[in-house]
Write a protein that binds this ligand. Structure first.
Ligand code: UFG
Length: 354
């Protein structure tokens, strides 16, 4: 299959690219490199630098690389940022997403897999959460992901798209090549590892009075490698059947509390990792645990790497190997050495964010 991975230089996108290439698919990466990293794109796939809102450029790339299916991982994804700037989220995640759908329609590409989120559920009424449960997002991040799912549904009904939305819970871990490098970093596991390296003095634990056994929030962590495999299975599944939007939760179905994560990280790293309790962070549901039964049954997905110990071990190994995160200058050198002309990059980089 010839696959365009939009957002393929980000954490989830780049690790999925690795899985797709390893499975023998031909991959093109499309990314604006605002949060993604040039160095996260492994050798092989063509990297096109462009904006998700640039319908014309996307359509050109889809045609030029004779793309069969799209994996869309290009959304803005920070809850707090979405509360501070909802316009950014609606512009990127909804308007940008619709430009992608229209480009696909223009180029005759109707197979799409989308990185969605547990944030579409808001405060769940029950756990584990199933796909048919009420969606009621409590922040613009979740709301914009849900709005885009709505657009996908109508492109399926009106334009024959076969689309799959994968709602992830908390993603963690790393591959040999790729790991988490966000600026600013807000996620629990990379921040805990920052403390382990000495970059941070202590981890702040947000809230100790939740209705959970140790009073801290419980989350369902899934290894980024297992997500990559889910993307592969989902892309393959869009090859047959009637036009539709199918939705699957992806989690490991096991919840760990914030305190349990910190304790496990102490064991894996052998470092002390001081922790301090703070008040609750706004917008955190007490417990988020997925029922992934549907993905297991219908896609044949089995998370194989998602034990907490394995995720922490892999994230720690990547962190030790990349103490300053990605070095994009090395990637630029590599491209220059391989004779890449950067033409697409030059063109795309001059296109304004729509
Ligand atoms: N936490 C701390 N200290 C920190 C950072 C996080 O105690 O320094 C706690 C949070 O309060 C939360 C848990 O660790 O209880 C996990 O927080 P993260 O920021 O790592 O992840 P979230 O659960 O907030 O976010 C995840 C996904 C989002 C998704 C959201 C759904 O990353 O994409 O779940 O609510 F939207």
């Amino acid at each position: 299959m010839r696959i365009l991975v939009v957002g393929g230089a980000g954490y989830v996108g780049s690790t999925s690219v690795e899985t797709l290439v390893r499975a023998g698919h031909h991959v093109t990466v499309y990314d604006n490199l605002t949060t993604g990293h040039r160095a996260a794109v492994i050798e092989g796939p063509r990297l096109v630098v462009g904006q998700i809102g640039d319908r014309g450029h996307l359509e050109h790339v889809l045609r030029e690389d004779r793309i069969d299916a799209v994996l869309h991982c290009a959304a803005k994804s920070l809850v707090a940022e979405s509360m501070a700037d909802p316009g950014l989220y609606y512009r990127n995640n909804v308007a940008g997403g619709v430009a992608l759908l229209e480009a696909m329609k223009g180029a005759g590409v109707t197979r799409l897999v989308f990185s969605s989120t547990a944030a579409v559920y808001g405060e769940p009424r029950r756990v584990p959460i199933a796909e048919a449960d009420r969606t009621d997002p409590i922040n613009p991040y979740g709301a914009t992901k849900l709005a885009f799912e709505g657009a996908m549904r109508w492109f399926a009904a009106s334009h024959g798209f076969r689309a799959i939305s994968l709602r992830y819970f908390n993603v963690a871990g790393a591959t040999e090549a790729n790991g988490e490098d966000h600026d600013p970093e807000t996620h629990l596991i990379p921040l805990v590892l920052n403390v382990a390296t000495g970059e941070g003095s202590h981890i702040q634990i947000f809230g100790q009075d939740y209705p959970t056994p140790d009073g801290t929030c419980i989350r369902d962590f899934v290894h980024v490698r297992d997500l990559g495999n889910a993307h592969l299975l989902a892309l393959e599944a869009t090859g047959e059947g009637d036009p539709s939007l199918e939705v699957y939760n992806l989690g490991s179905a096991a919840g760990f509390s914030v305190r349990e994560v910190v304790e496990a990280a102490r064991k894996v790293t052998g470092r002390s990792i001081p922790a301090r309790a703070l008040k609750r962070r706004v917008g955190d549901p007490p417990v988020l645990v997925a029922s992934s039964r549907r993905a297991r049954r219908e896609l044949g997905w089995t998370p194989r790497h998602s034990s907490l110990e394995q995720m922490l071990t892999d994230a720690w190994r990547w962190r030790l190997a990349h103490p300053r995160g990605y070095d994009d200058r090395v990637a630029e050198e590599r491209e220059r050495a391989s004779g890449s002309d950067g033409h697409e990059r030059g063109v795309a980089a001059s296109v304004a964010v729509s």
